[in-house]
Write a protein that binds this ligand. Structure first.
Ligand SMILES: NC(=O)c1ccc[n+]([C@@H]2O[C@H](COP(=O)([O-])OP(=O)(O)OC[C@H]3O[C@@H](n4cnc5c(N)ncnc54)[C@H](O)[C@@H]3O)[C@@H](O)[C@H]2O)c1
Length: 387
C-alpha cells in the first residue's frame, strides 16, 4: 500500500464545529491512525488551518499538532498542494467563499446550509460540476448512533407500514442578559445567516428522508420566542429571525408527521433530540445515542383515560417508559462527522460514489426554504425535487 497525501484547507478552523468535531473527532484521528485506506492506497490528510485570528489558529494548531495555518485565504486557495477546500466558517460568508474555492479549482466540502437559497445552491453546484470538481455537504446527524439504529429497524421491516412520526429538538438558549448565551449571537441575526429553520431543518431533511423516504409537502409556522438578546460584547440586539418552529410533513409514502424545533424549550424526555416513528407492527424512539422499541406484541392495552367518577379506571400505576425495550449497540461508536470525511475523501481521490453531494445539500436547504415560505404564506408548500 502506498501512502498518498491529500492537502485539505479547513476554513473557519477555530470555530466550534470545525475544531471540536471535524478535526478532533475526525481528521486528526484519521491522521493519528496512519491515514484512511482507499483502494490500494492509504490517504494521509495534510491539514492547513484557515481563519482570522492568528493566536487562535496557533492554539488550534498546537492542540492538534498541525503546523500549517494561515489568515490569508487567497494564498491558501492559490496553493496547489491543497486540492480540497472545506468550509465551516460563519454561514453568511459561505456562498462567496465556496465560489472563490471553485474559481481556484478546489474540490469543495461544506458545512450546512450549503447556500442561502435553493437557487443559489443550484448555481453553485452547476459551477462546481462545470469545472469537473467533486463536492460534498456535511450530513452528520444520520450517523448518530440513535438514528443509525432507527435506519436499521426500517431496513429490518420492524415498523410494518409507517403511520406517523415526530421529531422534537431543542433546549433553552439563554438570552445573554439573564445568563450568558451558549450559542454565538450570529445564530439570532439575519445578517449573520442565523435562524432556526436554515440552521436545523437542513438536518431534519436528510434525517427524515434518509430514514423514511421522500417528503411530499410541508406546512410550517415559525416565530421568535426571545425577541431580545445580548451578544458576546455585551451589546443588546433585536432578534430578527425565528428561534422556534412547528412543522407538519406529509411523506410520499402517505405517512404524516411533525417537527418541533425550538431554542426556547426546556428539556424533559429522553434526549435533546428525539425521533419517534410509529408503524403498524411497532414503534421506536431514538435520541442521539440510544433507541427504544415497542413491538405490536408488547403494546399495552391502554383503556384508562377517564376522569371524574370513573377515576378508578385511570392507569395511575402504569409506567409507560418501562414498556419500551432498549435496542443494543449495533456498532462501536464513531464520531458522526468522521463518517463524512471517510466518504468524501474516497470520492475525491478515487471517484467513489458519495450520496452527500451538493444536490443533497440543496435538498436540505429546500426544506428550510419551504418551511419559511409556508410560515410566511400560511399554506402547504410542495417539496417536489428541484433540478
Ligand atoms: N453539522 C452540524 O451539526 C453543525 C453544527 C454547528 C454548526 N454548523 C455550521 O458550521 C458553521 C460554523 O458554526 P459554529 O457553530 O462552528 O460557529 P462559530 O461561530 O463557532 O465558528 C464560526 C467560524 O467562522 C469564523 N468567522 C466568523 N465571521 C468571520 C468572518 N467575517 N470572516 C472569516 N471568518 C469568520 C469564526 O472566526 C469561526 O472560526 C455554520 O455554518 C453552522 O451552520 C454545523
Amino acid at each position: 500500500m502506498a501512502t498518498k497525501t491529500l492537502g485539505i484547507i479547513l476554513n473557519g478552523a477555530t470555530g466550534r464545529i470545525c475544531r471540536t468535531q471535524h478535526i478532533r473527532g475526525g481528521l486528526a484521528q484519521i491522521r493519528d491512525e496512519g491515514g484512511l485506506p482507499v483502494g490500494d492506497d492509504v490517504i494521509m490528510p495534510r491539514l492547513l488551518l484557515a481563519g482570522r485570528n492568528e493566536q487562535r489558529l496557533a492554539e488550534a494548531g498546537a492542540e492538534f499538532g498541525i503546523e500549517e495555518w494561515t489568515t490569508d485565504l487567497d494564498s491558501a486557495l492559490a496553493d496547489p498542494d491543497f486540492p480540497v477546500f472545506f468550509d465551516a466558517a460563519a454561514t453568511h460568508l459561505r456562498l462567496d467563499t465556496l465560489n472563490r474555492a471553485i474559481d481556484a479549482g478546489k474540490h469543495i466540502y461544506t458545512e450546512k446550509p450549503i447556500a442561502p437559497s435553493v437557487a443559489q445552491g443550484l448555481e453553485l453546484m452547476a459551477r462546481a460540476d462545470a469545472a469537473g470538481l467533486r463536492h460534498g455537504a456535511v450530513e452528520d446527524k444520520l450517523f448518530l448512533p440513535g438514528f443509525r439504529k432507527l435506519s436499521h429497524l426500517v431496513e429490518q421491516g420492524f415498523f410494518g407500514r409507517v403511520v406517523g412520526f415526530r421529531l422534537e429538538f431543542g433546549w433553552w438558549v439563554f438570552d445573554g442578559i439573564e445568563a450568558e448565551s451558549q450559542r454565538p449571537s450570529w445564530n439570532y441575526q439575519k445578517a449573520g445567516g442565523g435562524g432556526l429553520l436554515s440552521d436545523m431543518h437542513p438536518h431534519w431533511r436528510y434525517v427524515i428522508e434518509g430514514i423514511l423516504g421522500p417528503i411530499a409537502q410541508v406546512a410550517s409556522t415559525a416565530w421568535t420566542a426571545q425577541p431580545e438578546r445580548q451578544d458576546e460584547d455585551g451589546k443588546r440586539y433585536d432578534v430578527d429571525v425565528e428561534d422556534a418552529t412547528a412543522t407538519l410533513l406529509e411523506l410520499e409514502s402517505g405517512a404524516r408527521g411533525a417537527i418541533l424545533s425550538s431554542w426556547a424549550r426546556r428539556v424533559r424526555g429522553d434526549d435533546l433530540v428525539t425521533f419517534q416513528i410509529d408503524g403498524t407492527e411497532g414503534s421506536a424512539v431514538a435520541g442521539l445515542r440510544k433507541c427504544w422499541i415497542q413491538s405490536g406484541a408488547d403494546t399495552p392495552r391502554i383503556e384508562g383515560f377517564n376522569m371524574g367518577p370513573e377515576a378508578a379506571t385511570m392507569d395511575f400505576s402504569m409506567d409507560y417508559d418501562a414498556q419500551w425495550t432498549e435496542v443494543p449497540e449495533i456498532a462501536p461508536y464513531k464520531n458522526p462527522y468522521r463518517f463524512g470525511w471517510e466518504g468524501f475523501i474516497p470520492h475525491v481521490v478515487a471517484g467513489d460514489p458519495y450520496a452527500h453531494d451538493l444536490s443533497a445539500g440543496i435538498r436540505d436547504v429546500q426544506l428550510a426554504e419551504a418551511c419559511m415560505r409556508s410560515s410566511d404564506t400560511r399554506t402547504w408548500v410542495d417539496m417536489a425535487p428541484v433540478t
